[in-house]
Design a protein around this ligand. Structure first.
Ligand SMILES: [Zn+2]
Length: 192
C-alpha cells in the first residue's frame, strides 16, 4: 500500500487554504537557517516556531555538516541573506547506532531493509548487495554533543563561511521536545 493517495489528498487540502502564502518572497523573512536531522520525530517548523517563508531548513541523516549541507548554507547566506545559523542534532539519533563498518557490511550483503534489535542492525535479506557503500563516509555519530561541536567547527572554519555569522549548537531532546544548548558548540560557532 502506497502513501501516495494520502499525500496527494493532504496536499489538495493544503493548496485549497494556501491564500497569501502564494506571494511570499524567496529570501527567508526571518534571516536564519537550521541544519538538522531527517528524523521523523523532529518537526523544525514546530520546535522552532517557523511558518512558510521564515527560514531555511537543511536536513540530512544526523544533521551533519556534510559537503552538501555546507553547499546549502553558503547559498543560504551568499544569495539569500541569512545571518544566523543553528546546528541541531537530537537524542536517540539513529546515526549513533551503527558505524561505517556496520552499514558497509549490511549493504554488501543485500539491499533489503535491515532488522534492528538490542544488539544492533542485522541483515535479513538475500543478495546481491553492493560494495559501493565502502566509498561513502556515512558520518555516523559516537558522541552526540561532540558531533554538534565538530559540525559547528567545520562550518565555522570553512573558507566560504564569513566570520560574521553566529552558529549555535543544540541537541533536541526527543522525549521532551526541548532544545538543549551545547555551550562548547555555540562558543566554537561565535562570531569573530
Ligand atoms: Zn537523527
Amino acid at each position: 500500500m502506497s502513501v501516495l493517495p494520502e499525500v496527494l489528498a493532504a496536499n489538495d487540502t493544503y493548496a485549497a487554504e494556501f491564500g497569501e502564502r502564494g506571494s511570499l518572497a524567496l529570501p527567508p523573512a526571518r534571516g536564519f537557517a537550521i541544519l538538522t536531522c531527517m528524523d521523523a520525530r523532529l518537526d523544525p517548523a514546530k520546535y522552532a516556531g517557523l511558518s512558510e517563508g521564515d527560514a531555511h531548513v537543511i536536513r540530512n541523516a544526523g544533521g551533519r555538516a556534510s559537503d552538501d549541507a555546507i553547499r546549502s548554507l553558503v547559498i543560504s547566506y551568499k544569495l539569500l541573506g541569512t545571518k544566523e545559523w543553528f546546528v541541531i542534532h537530537h537524542s536517540d539519533c539513529g546515526m549513533e547506532f551503527f558505524t561505517d563498518e556496520v552499514i558497509r557490511g549490511l549493504l554488501a550483503n543485500s539491499l533489503e531493509t535491515a532488522a534492528l534489535d538490542e544488539t544492533g542492525f542485522h541483515d535479513v535479506g538475500t543478495g546481491p548487495g553492493s560494495q559501493e557503500a565502502a566509498y561513502i563516509d556515512w558520518l555516523t555519530i559516537s558522541d552526540q554533543a561532540g558531533a554538534v561541536v565538530d559540525d559547528v567547527r567545520r562550518i565555522r572554519n570553512h573558507p566560504l563561511v564569513p566570520a560574521r555569522i553566529p552558529i549555535y549548537g543544540y541537541v533536541y531532546d526527543v522525549t521532551t521536545g526541548r532544545l538543549v544548548e551545547i555551550p562548547e558548540a555555540t562558543k566554537v560557532g561565535a562570531t569573530a
